[in-house]
Write a protein that binds this ligand. Structure first.
Ligand code: 4UW
Length: 545
């Protein structure tokens, strides 16, 4: 019997709008978002203190949109952005949404080859680039299908580097944020890359409507921020968690965000104290760093009332330990994925105590099912778990240029298969108890085993490879472990060589932090599929290799 769960909250109004127009309406009534005062701070550089007010953000983005539209011979359809979080990153993202240019943000830690894959696959014809990433972009250029002449490279910087323009030098006449009718709201706003339940990273087509409905549902539900709130934003804006919850949601609630390029312990502590941060967006390993930090006691963290935490499993013990460290601060868990724009379930502040086992209840834009291996719906009242399937307005349009992967992920009826195994209690609180998809999460970052295996077998001494995650409770993260069949006699030396070789070719998250185990054969099904479940079981039972 099919059992469909509804969110226990009334669904809000889901507007069919351009995200920019939704967040910055020109007049009352155009959008469900109120007209906040232009002078309120929007984004604050966490290092220099430079502040962009809401009015400055809106006007600069509209002028950058004008500059993009005037680019000869044509306005780009897709723009990539590559660099760590910065005020310029923020402006470029808002400008793309205003101009109706699809925006494909790349992980700042990517190698040139990884970036080239995303630029080629997304079809980007303009790149917003941090000056720090110029040398790596030049290395990537020969791998790109499309040439990027200097006028298609725009620097995320206040100072230019000849022959490139900065975003400020590209400013043109202010545009009117692209008006959308119902059909246009389905245009792709963001193209983040995710491996989903299987295979290589794919472009996730997130529409304007996906995002506005997500923000509406979050605001009605739980992610309560208000004018005067200061949100800490070091989660990469290139990841959907940073991108929607960090970059867009605070603006929808009149709150300000402190922008930091990445997580570094002392700068984060300094920023919380200096800017009186009230809400921080964390991933589980950050909690461990706080617990082990000798510096925490040196800073006044009393402004911090809420930590939103997710992107990977979080234990109740860790929540309790963190709460003992900063007693006035509540951890609220949230759960979601790139393909759902991203939030699916969320705890809320007032009722989190005693429910640390749960990632929250369904956001009021989803319906859900829990489906067992045999295709039947689970009976949670008997303690049964099942794969969580969700449907609603925030479910992606599909994977870019990949209908087969889209069909494998979105079942008839619009049900998106999350690949996560979930339980539900009688009140609707959900717990993520396992992951049946291949995906590995290293400190919240995605690592696709298929991508790693494809890379590893390119090494001259790797005959076969199977990659899985292994959980390290001391860092509250999975680590990436490779099981390898190696050629030659000195296997130990070859394994060391392979680890160094990978480190030179893949982003930090993909390094073999969980070690290499040399095996005689990779377990496979008769059809040649790697039996990852077996490898995962084996990894659990093996201490450090
Ligand atoms: N507990 C256990 C969790 C959890 C989790 C995610 O890289 P992606 O595609 O996306 C994300 C999104 C994180 C996120 C979304 C909305 C939100 O409000 C928030 O606030 C903290 C965070 O990580 O990876 C998706 C996969 O990551 C796992 C799960 O396997 C999911 O399918 N995951 N959150 N709280 N596991």
């Amino acid at each position: 019997m099919v059992v469909i769960y509804e969110a226990p909250y009334p669904a809000p109004f889901f507007p069919q709008q351009n995200v920019f127009q939704y967040l910055f309406p020109e007049a009352p009534g155009i959008s469900p978002i109120p007209l906040f005062d232009d002078s309120l701070p929007a984004f604050v550089d966490g290092v220099t203190g430079r502040t962009l007010s809401r009015g400055e953000l809106r006007d600069t983005a509209l002028r950058l949109g004008g500059g993009m539209r005037a680019l000869a011979p044509d306005t780009p359809e897709v723009a990539c952005i590559w660099g760590f979080n910065s005020l310029e990153w923020v402006v470029a993202a808002y400008a793309c949404m205003a101009a109706g240019v699809t925006f494909s943000p790349a992980n700042a830690g990517y190698t040139p080859a990884e970036l080239a894959h995303q630029v080629n696959d997304s079809g980007a014809s303009l790149i917003f680039l941090a000056p720090s990433h110029l040398p790596a972009f030049n290395e990537a250029q020969p791998l790109l299908k499309r040439a990027f002449p200097p006028d298609r490279i725009v620097l995320l910087s206040e100072t230019s580097v000849s022959p490139y323009k900065t975003i400020y030098e590209l400013l043109g006449p202010k545009i009117v944020a692209r008006r959308f009718d119902r059909a246009d709201a389905g245009a792709t706003a963001w193209l983040c890359y995710s491996s989903g339940t299987t295979g290589l990273p794919k472009g996730v087509m997130t529409s304007h409507f996906n995002i506005t409905s997500q923000i509406q549902a979050g605001n009605v539900g739980f992610q309560r921020m208000r004018p005067g709130d200061m949100v800490l934003g070091f989660i990469p804006y290139s990841h959907i968690y940073g991108g929607v919850i960090g970059l867009l949601q605070p603006i929808s609630q009149g709150a300000a965000t402190v922008v930091l390029p990445r997580f570094d312990e002392v700068p984060v502590l300094q920023a919380i104290e200096r800017f009186q941060v009230t809400m921080a967006l964390f991933v589980p390993p950050v909690l461990i760093v706080f617990l082990n930090s000798p510096h925490v006691k040196n800073y006044d963290l009393s402004s911090l009332k809420t930590v939103l935490c997710g992107a990977a499993p979080l234990s109740a013990e860790l929540v309790h330990a963190f709460t003992a460290l900063i007693p006035k601060c509540r951890i609220i868990q949230a759960y979601g994925m790139t393909e759902t724009s991203p939030n699916i379930a969320n705890m809320h502040r007032g009722i989190s105590v005693g429910r640390e086992y749960s990632v929250g209840r369904l956001l009021p834009c989803y319906q859900a099912r829990l489906v067992k291996e045999n295709g039947e719906d689970a009976d949670p009242s008997k303690g049964e778990a099942g794969e969580l399937w969700v449907r609603g307005p925030s479910v992606m349009k599909g994977y870019h240029n990949n209908p087969a992967a889209t069909d494998a992920t979105i079942a008839p009826g619009g049900w998106l298969k999350t690949g996560d195994v979930v339980t539900r209690d009688a009140e609707g609180w959900l717990s993520v108890v396992d992951r049946k998809k291949e995906l590995i999460k290293y400190k919240g970052f995605q690592v696709a085993p298929a991508e790693m295996e494809g890379l590893l077998i390119q090494h001259e001494n790797v005959l076969d490879a199977g990659v899985v995650g292994v959980y390290d409770p001391t860092q509250a993260t999975e680590l990436v472990r490779a099981y390898l069949v190696l050629a030659g006699t000195d296997k130990e030396r070859t394994a060391e060589d392979v680890a160094a070789w990978v480190a030179g070719r893949a982003a930090r998250a993909k390094h073999l932090s969980g070690g290499i185990v040399v095996v005689d054969a990779i377990p496979k099904s008769p059809s040649g599929k790697i039996l990852r479940k077996q490898l995962r079981e084996r990894a659990k039972s093996e201490a450090d290799p």
